[in-house]
Design a protein around this ligand. Structure first.
Ligand SMILES: [Zn+2]
Length: 358
């Protein structure tokens, strides 16, 4: 009896060990290799990536969160425009808020893609070479510093990702309303649908569809220009966030980005919890732009998020001696996605973008 019991216990223990072994084997994570460093499961690691040309150098601060459990790789970029502070401060918050022990998969978070623009307090452009990083993709390993930053992100980060989100806000002169966006292409229906689901689950009332089927930057042999377009062009579902305005720090917008990215992690099943449902989301499929026909002062009479009718007076120009030169009227009805919110205006610049709500 005793001998029999021992044998049963041994057999049971053997099977139990086998089950445990298989469970561990199925879910075990290998370290995540990034920049010649192994990031262990359940840990996060900060990287300072040096980017130099023969004359000068800059760096890209990156945090890799490697989950204890297996799952997808999500790339997040903030600070592609270094004067857009809400996304950058949201990224700083995520350092504490994402617990790699509770994470399935891996997050590669670029804290500030364009440190030159950030430290130089420079809207749009990197003062180190005068280039706009979000017009520089896929970049060039032998180009200027901005082109080299784009090249690093294109080669070392984007190809590692299963999903990608680039986070922006209204730059210094841009009065912008918060929205999410995704890339759509008729020949990439599956990844377009995945990108759409990403954008829908980040808690924004408005989702903009970037229709790229006819876009030059999606064609083979043409530069992708935009950070998230580089991901989408290479088969990775991609979304954008635009949240924050006028280069200001408003905590409600920082919070909205943190909450939106948290909800995206739920949606991708990288963290437990329920994503914010796409309830009542309004879709913008067409955008209309009005460009400036003058150089001088612009006085807006409306704000981002306002609904406007076609033919409505929405602002006016003056010259440098406060003479009104021209009134500006809308050319279509819809919601103001962004408009110039500060006085200086150069001929040919975009004054206002109106989203046509479907
Ligand atoms: Zn931007």
């Amino acid at each position: 009896m005793t001998a029999h019991t021992n044998k049963t216990v041994k057999v049971k223990s053997f099977y139990l060990l086998m089950v445990l072994f298989l469970c561990v084997k199925v879910h075990a994570q290998r370290p995540f290799e990034f920049n010649n460093t192994a990031v262990g499961p359940g840990t996060k690691q900060h990287f300072t990536i040096t980017i130099s040309d023969k004359d000068t150098s800059t760096f890209i601060p990156v945090t890799v969160f490697h989950g204890r459990q297996a799952g997808p790789v999500l790339g997040i970029t903030a600070g592609v425009h270094g004067y857009e502070y809400a996304p950058i401060l949201a990224g700083q918050r995520l350092i504490q808020e994402i617990d790699p022990n509770q994470l399935n998969g891996t997050i590669i978070l670029v804290q500030v893609a364009n440190v030159g623009s950030f430290l130089g307090r420079s809207p749009y452009l990197n003062p180190l070479d005068g280039k706009n990083l979000n017009r520089s993709f896929p970049g060039d390993a032998n180009g200027t510093l901005t082109e080299r930053i784009a090249h690093f992100i294109s080669e070392k980060i984007i190809p590692r990702c299963n999903y990608f989100v680039d986070v922006h806000s209204g730059d210094a002169p841009e009065d912008l309303m918060p929205y999410a966006a995704y890339y759509q292409h008729d020949e990439k229906s599956e990844i377009s649908a995945k990108g759409r689901a990403m954008a829908e689950h980040m808690g924004f009332d408005h989702v903009i569809v970037f229709k790229t089927t006819e876009s030059n930057y999606m064609k083979a042999g043409q530069p992708s220009l935009y950070c998230s377009a580089q991901a989408f062009k290479h088969g990775i579902p991609a979304a954008d966030i635009e949240c924050g305005r006028l280069g200001m720090i408003e905590s409600k917008f920082v919070e909205k980005i943190v909450t939106g990215l948290g909800s995206l992690l739920h949606h991708l099943e990288m963290t437990g919890g329920t994503p914010i449902p796409p309830k009542g989301t309004l879709y913008v499929e067409e955008r209309a732009y009005i460009s400036s026909s003058h150089t001088g002062f612009f006085y807006p009479l409306k704000s981002s998020g306002d609904y406007v009718e076609k033919g409505m007076r929405i602002g006016y120009f003056t010259d440098f001696f406060n003479q009104t030169i021209e009134d500006i009227y809308t050319t279509s009805s819809g919601i103001i996605l962004y408009m110039l919110g500060t006085p200086p205006v150069n001929k040919g610049e975009t004054l206002i973008a109106i989203g046509k709500i479907e």
